[in-house]
Design a protein around this ligand. Structure first.
Ligand SMILES: Nc1ncnc2c1ncn2[C@@H]1O[C@H](COP(=O)(O)OP(=O)(O)OP(=O)(O)O)[C@@H](O)[C@H]1O
Ligand SMILES: [Mg+2]
Length: 249
């Protein structure tokens, strides 16, 4: 599986500079954690990886293996195997989770290979059952009226169904109860067992009780200001960010 190489990227949103020279390399099967105070640029980095239209890479580039994904549209990046579980998943009226997933699965099929629709819907139902995600959510409009935790579960279901090589989780653990958190940890472990690369953006150490990352990075004002091992996440939880950013609490 390909290595994700973010090379010294500068990113603006509506002409406002937000990221100022971010570099990060995530090799096959590695798990990296990105922490950092509110507004430090974590979601901007995640959204930039998927070519969100609000964000422009003004300098540097992003490679996935040999493909320059910073020059590719979102659907091509997704088909290359990079997926993002959103911090704030969008409501999509009129489109159900089953609609979305069957279309996405269809698009990933090789030419001349048509899986029966019923096989897709059965696969989706079975996976939802395993994740204890009630079937009614599969036919409701995507994320409409879903609770915070249900939205996150819907993101996890999409990740369990669609094939991925690199997955970014943007605050997947925020607002989850203990059981849902364990479920998320299980899903992430399953991805790791398949050698998928994982980037976890989080404010908390609690998910890291179940998942031991290879590296932890801290962002501050649009830059990665510190990188280390799992102990860095614990240190941040104990001391706050001020010992890294130098700001007074
Ligand atoms: N589309 C946008 N237009 C204008 N400013 C933006 C846009 N997106 C992000 N920003 C600004 O960029 C900065 C970084 O935002 P970002 O959402 O990346 O932070 P974050 O590290 O994910 O924070 P949090 O921990 O609160 O989720 C913030 O000051 C934010 O207001
Ligand atoms: Mg964010």
């Amino acid at each position: 599986m390909p290595t994700l190489s973010i090379k010294d990227i500068y990113v603006t949103a509506h002409k406002k500079p937000i990221l100022h020279g971010v570099s990060l390399t995530v090799r096959q099967g590695e798990t990296h954690v990105i922490m950092g105070p509110n507004g430090s640029g974590k979601s901007t980095l995640a959204n930039t990886l998927l070519a969100h239209p609000h964000y422009t890479v003004t300098k540097g580039n992003i490679l996935f293996g040999t493909q320059t994904i910073s020059k590719m549209p979102t659907d091509e990046i997704a088909r290359a195997g990079i997926m993002l579980a959103f911090q704030n998943p969008q409501i999509v009226p009129g489109v159900s989770l089953t609609n979305l997933l069957t279309i996405a699965l269809r698009k990933r099929e090789q030419k001349g290979k048509q899986t029966k629709l019923i096989e897709f819907t059965e696969r989706i139902k079975e996976t939802a059952k395993k994740m204890r995600f009630p079937e009614e959510f599969l036919s409701r409009s995507l994320n409409e009226g879903f609770s915070g935790g249900e939205k996150k579960k819907s993101e996890m279901l999409q990740l369990a169904i669609l094939p991925a090589k690199c997955v970014i989780f943007d605050e997947i653990d925020s607002g989850l109860d203990v059981d849902a958190l364990k479920l998320v940890a299980k899903q992430i472990s399953a991805l790791r067992a398949k050698n998928v690369s994982v980037i976890i953006i989080t404010h908390y150490h609690r998910l890291l009780r179940y998942i031991k990352p290879d590296k932890v990075h801290v962002m501050h004002t649009g830059r990665i200001v510190r990188s280390g091992g799992p102990e860095l996440a614990k240190e941040i939880e104990d001391k706050g960010y001020s010992f890294i950013t130098g700001e007074k609490e």
